[in-house]
Write a protein that binds this ligand. Structure first.
Ligand code: PHE
Length: 387
């Protein structure tokens, strides 16, 4: 007897009236219905079971759905009608689905019917198809001007034997600054207005994360990966906390270059960049190297090209100067090699050069774009001009 009492869950489900219409009472009632529905559908093993199951739940006269309608919905107070109505509707569609599913499990669709059905559907669709309607045009996409410029620069350096290396955009302080000879608190860090990741204060400062401000950290990663000689080019996105205007964007693109070997000299750097600029902007373009400063190169230079628009005479694009500044470069500082010395980079035995250029600038010059913001707005009317 006792055992039977504890098997109350196996007593058939009965629709009982609500005592109150609180959300928790409705929830409880819904759960009871669903549990019963699932248990009973699991007990359907043949066609006769299924019919009994269907009738118990869906019979018009006294099926559970009808009872729910009478005992719950019709007798509910006006204030609760909406909630009860929604509940009954949701349960009805659940019952219909489960009853259909139970049917499919005991009455497989005859093969002939299965084959015939799609045919009927196709017929119906054909008769609804108006072949005189205009088609749907699917416009073909094209490469973004920044990526086109990037591919072109990478192509120029690949032809000179450089391979492509990539690094993370979320970088550590170590790679972005420390190993590039920017000591902590050194004022040179101020030249790159950095976006730091929050909540890093518990870490040692070299492990703190930031959005890389340049592609130069990939120099270090590349040298850690492979001993000299090395020639790599590293394209990618970089971030600085700059206010957007016609020539600044907080996200932009750079391409870094690094060549390390025995006896690499400044004239190798000049020859390489002069060749690259002529390949990108035309053979009549001249280059000039202006003394500059970067913590990770010594000596350092800014490279200018003669204005490809006016040929050096002076115009709006070059602000009447005849020259356009395009990249930073220099000979790798021995202090940088010290950080990767263990991998064969002994500054007494090897030397190298590095450079970094802004891809967005290059794209703007090549394609005559006067506002960097256009590159990031995704306006199809702008982008399709470069297709
Ligand atoms: N990383 C420097 C910048 O973003 C550019 C640079 C790269 C300079 C390599 C020298 C060598 O300003």
């Amino acid at each position: 007897m006792v055992g039977e009492c504890f098997q109350a869950e196996h007593l058939p489900y009965i629709v009982s009236k609500f005592e109150d219409y609180s959300p928790s009472a409705l929830d409880r009632a819904a759960q009871e219905v669903l549990t019963a529905l699932k248990e009973e559908s699991a007990a359907v093993h043949n066609e006769a079971d299924w019919k009994a199951f269907r009738d118990r739940w869906m019979a018009r006269k006294n099926g559970i759905l009808t009872q729910m309608n009478d005992a719950w919905l019709k007798s509910s107070p006006n204030t609760a009608k909406r909630e009860v109505g929604q509940l009954v509707n949701a349960l009805r569609s659940e019952v219909e689905t489960i009853v259909e599913r139970a049917k499919a499990s005991v009455l497989p669709v005859p093969i002939a019917e299965r084959a015939a059905k799609p045919q009927a559907v196709i017929q119906k669709q054909l008769s609804a198809l108006d072949i005189t309607l205009p088609g749907i045009r699917r416009p073909v996409g094209s490469r973004h001007p920044v990526l086109k410029a990037m591919d072109e620069v990478v192509g120029v350096f690949k032809a000179m034997g450089y391979s492509v290396e990539q690094g993370p955009e979320v970088e550590t302080d170590y790679y972005n600054f420390e190993a590039l000879n920017f000591p902590a608190n050194h004022p040179a860090r101020d030249t790159q207005d950095t976006i730091f990741i929050a909540g890093q204060d518990h870490k040692p400062s070299r492990d703190r994360l930031l959005l890389r401000t340049h592609t130069s950290p990939v120099q270090i990663r590349a040298m850690q990966k492979a001993p000299p000689p090395i020639r790599v080019i590293c394209p990618g996105k970089v971030h600085r906390h700059d206010t957007p205007d016609a020539s600044h964007s907080p996200l932009f693109h750079q391409i870094e270059g690094l060549a390390v070997d025995t006896n690499i000299t400044f004239s190798d750097l000049k020859g390489t960049l002069d060749h690259a600029m002529k390949s990108l902007f035309g053979s009549s373009v001249k280059t000039r190297f202006y003394p500059s400063f970067f913590p990770f190169t010594e000596p350092s230079a800014d490279v200018q090209i003669s204005c490809p628009f006016c040929g050096g005479k002076g115009c709006r694009t070059c602000k009447q100067s005849g020259w356009i500044e395009l990249l930073g470069c220099g000979m790798v500082d021995p202090n940088v090699f010290e950080f990767v010395r263990a991998n064969g980079y002994d500054p007494k035995k090897i030397s190298g050069f590095a450079f970094g250029m802004g891809v967005d600038r290059i794209a703007m010059l090549k394609y005559g774009i006067d506002d960097i913001q256009l590159l990031f707005q995704g306006d199809v009317r702008f982008l399709e001009q470069f297709a």
